[in-house]
Design a protein around this ligand. Structure first.
Ligand SMILES: *Cc1c(COP(=O)(O)O)cnc(C)c1O
Length: 361
């Protein structure tokens, strides 16, 4: 079936299914096997799995490219970074997902890569670092400061200089931003978050373009997956595809909740700063300077779940600096809010009462 004429909300539901034939299954295949009968298109399950293909078909279509599923977001990050040649320089936001930054710091210490950190909202500063770089790594919005980069301008500048552009699109999801159409070479996802959406699995993905250069990158990333062996479990992949079916309704509701909460939090006397990019369902707040106050907020909620991670149906709150490796640019009292799909007034009452109690506001 040709799906290019259908909107993303429809493609989410329709893709990754077996052909429509009388008696064929409507649900996507869950294939649990380590190997296949010889002489077919697939030989061994570290190389190919029909459940992967189903998920990859759906995600690839949404991003406008070819997707490869990985065992976690970090496995996808590692696969994308494997494209940087030995000694190559990577330009990266000074505050981004800590796993990515710590990986780069470790590899830099080992002499494998050179890292240039930059304020990603300062487009001129990013461009000034691109000459001679091997890869521009973007996250937009960033985790957890919610900085937004000018992806299209930066990707064009990088392309002119032969610099590969990777965008971690975990926060925006392909429904709000398609980096390949903005000029990126690679899209990276922690599928663990919005795409699967239920806080019940870890999974990642890398998506590449469909032109010749994109296909060449795809083959290198696919080979990395096959040989490094960080492959996705079929069960997790099947659950992720099941979760992906509802992404548009989940994100619509969570984004509306986030917009409402960002506005109300801006007027709360216990909140000293609200970060909200104006789209998506992530919000970050600061509550007056010290870590203890922020910890008291996250300990006092009844509806919001105090836990790390994000993008699930349940609202989650966490003081980010409690994570080792979180960049110092992240304020000590910053609480990251992953807004879920609950009733917005319940979320507001719960959170504002916790802030009142913690800050004496
Ligand atoms: C969580 C996250 C990752 C890592 O994904 P895992 O699935 O936890 O391995 C990468 N990038 C961003 C922006 C994330 O939020």
């Amino acid at each position: 079936m040709e799906h290019d004429d259908l909107s993303p909300a429809t493609r989410l539901v329709a893709l990754g299914r077996v052909p429509r034939e009388p008696g064929a299954q409507v649900g996507a295949p869950l294939t649990l096997t380590s190997t296949y009968h010889a002489d077919g298109p697939a030989s061994y399950a570290r190389v190919a799995n029909p459940t992967w293909s189903a998920f990859e078909e759906a995600l690839g279509s949404l991003e406008g490219g070819d997707a490869l599923v990985f065992a976690s977001g970090m496995a996808a990050v590692a696969a994308a970074l494997s494209l940087v040649p030995h000694g190559g320089r990577v330009v990266v936001p000074s505050a981004a997902y800590n796993g990515t930054l710590v990986t780069l710091a470790d590899r830099s210490e080992a002499g494998e890569v050179v890292v240039s950190q930059v304020e990603v909202t300062d487009t001129d500063a990013v461009v000034a670092l691109l000459d001679g770089a091997a890869m521009l790594w973007l996250e937009s919005p960033t985790n957890p400061l919610l900085d937004v980069a000018e992806v299209e301008v930066l990707a064009a500048a990088a392309r002119e200089r032969g610099v590969l552009v990777a965008v971690d699109n975990t926060f925006a999801t392909p429904l709000l931003q398609q980096p390949l159409t903005l000029g990126a070479d690679l899209v990276v996802h922690s599928v663990t978050k919005y795409l699967s959406g239920h806080s019940d699995l870890l999974l990642g993905a890398v998506v590449t373009g469909t032109d010749d250069a994109g296909r060449a990158l795809h083959e290198r990333v696919r080979r990395h997956r096959q040989l490094h062996g960080a492959i996705a479990g079929p069960m997790e992949t099947w659950l992720a595809l099941r979760g992906l079916r509802t992404l548009s309704v989940r994100l619509e509701r969570a984004s509306a909740n986030a917009a409402t909460l960002a506005e109300r939090l801006t007027g709360h006397s216990g909140v000293t700063r609200v970060r909200y990019p104006g789209f998506g369902a992530m919000v970050a707040i600061e509550v007056g300077g010290d870590a203890e106050t922020a910890e008291r907020v996250s300990a006092a909620t009844r509806v919001w779940v105090h836990s790390t991670s994000l993008g699930g149906v349940e609202s989650q709150v966490e003081r980010r600096r409690r994570q080792p490796g979180e960049p110092e640019a992240v304020p000590d009292d910053l609480l990251r809010l992953s807004v879920g799909i609950e009733d917005v007034d319940d979320l507001w009452r719960d959170l504002s009462a916790a802030i009142d109690a913690a800050t004496g506001a």
